[in-house]
Design a protein around this ligand. Structure first.
Ligand code: KIV
Length: 271
């Protein structure tokens, strides 16, 4: 008799329950099969196929250039790997701003072609119609407020958002609106910890913070940043759990040295 342990998938409902019982939610980005396999096996609750792929996978300066087709390609690879984690995929810039029908079509492509479990979309009341339309199709939606990188040319800088009262008030209202529309969660990016705490306590859906302090219901980081792959990217909010840049560099140098010294392959490494 084979004893296979059934893996229970994290769902949007289990995330709500986690908030209710005070269990923090761990979310991390991934963009390819191999990384996503390791992330999923670690017990991560949510894997985000973020449009940060535009930066860390493709080398663009911003998240704006990545296309819907490219996001779907990354998402397909991640979905193949994820057995337990909930896989959420960013709607990229230009795939939802036109109108709510375009937003719905983009979300449907992500669900149908990649097999994702939900989408994330940047913005508040301005995108209410699109959020509603996507939700009406039965697609779970996660909001994203605060620093919304797709609007970087409007902000002009990646500094902390909502420090001023008028912007903080808009964020509070946006969070309530997204909850009212039916979003299952909201990413809060780079806002004061005090405001994130207030918003987290004012809504019943989970908030996931990045640079938004410890009171959010969960945390998210970009995998390349937390593994220390990106040399020199060390914003205050980032905790580096490894220094893969150094480790990989040392491995590559050893390999080069072995090849040059005719040390690789040796007699046990050949046929
Ligand atoms: O694209 C991304 O990685 C994100 C996270 C920073 C939340 O949106």
């Amino acid at each position: 008799m084979s004893v296979t342990k059934e893996i229970k998938r994290v769902t949007t409902n289990s995330l709500q329950e986690m908030k209710r019982r005070g269990e923090k939610i761990a979310m991390l980005t991934a963009y390819d099969y191999s990384m996503a396999t390791i992330v999923d096996e670690s017990g991560m609750d949510i894997i985000l196929v973020g449009d940060s792929a535009s930066n860390v996978m493709a080398g663009h300066e911003t998240t704006l250039p990545i296309t819907l087709d490219q996001m779907i390609y990354h998402a397909q690879s991640v979905v193949r790997a994820a057995k337990r984690a909930l896989v959420i995929v960013d709607l990229p810039f230009g795939s939802y701003q036109g109108n709510s029908k375009e937003a719905l079509n983009s979300a449907i492509r992500i669900m149908k072609e990649a097999g994702a479990h939900g989408v994330k979309i940047e913005g508040g009341v301005e995108i209410a119609e699109s959020v509603t339309r996507i939700l009406t199709a039965g697609i779970p939606v996660m909001g994203h407020l605060g620093l919304t990188p797709q609007s970087i040319y409007k902000f002009g800088t990646y500094t902390v958002r909502a420090k001023e009262e008028n912007e903080a008030q808009k964020l509070r209202e946006d969070a309530l609106k997204l909850q009212e529309l039916g979003c299952f969660g909201i990413v809060l990016e780079k806002i004061p910890a005090k405001l994130a705490k207030e918003v987290t306590e004012s809504i019943s859906i989970p908030t996931i913070g990045i640079g938004a302090g410890k009171h959010c219901d969960g945390q998210v980081l970009v995998i390349h940043d937390m593994l220390g792959i990106n040399k020199g990217f060390k914003p205050r909010f980032l905790r580096q759990y490894s220094n893969l840049n150094q480790l990989m560099n040392a491995a590559f140098k050893s390999y080069i040295a072995d090849v040059k010294a005719k040390n690789f392959p040796n007699h046990t490494e050949q046929y």
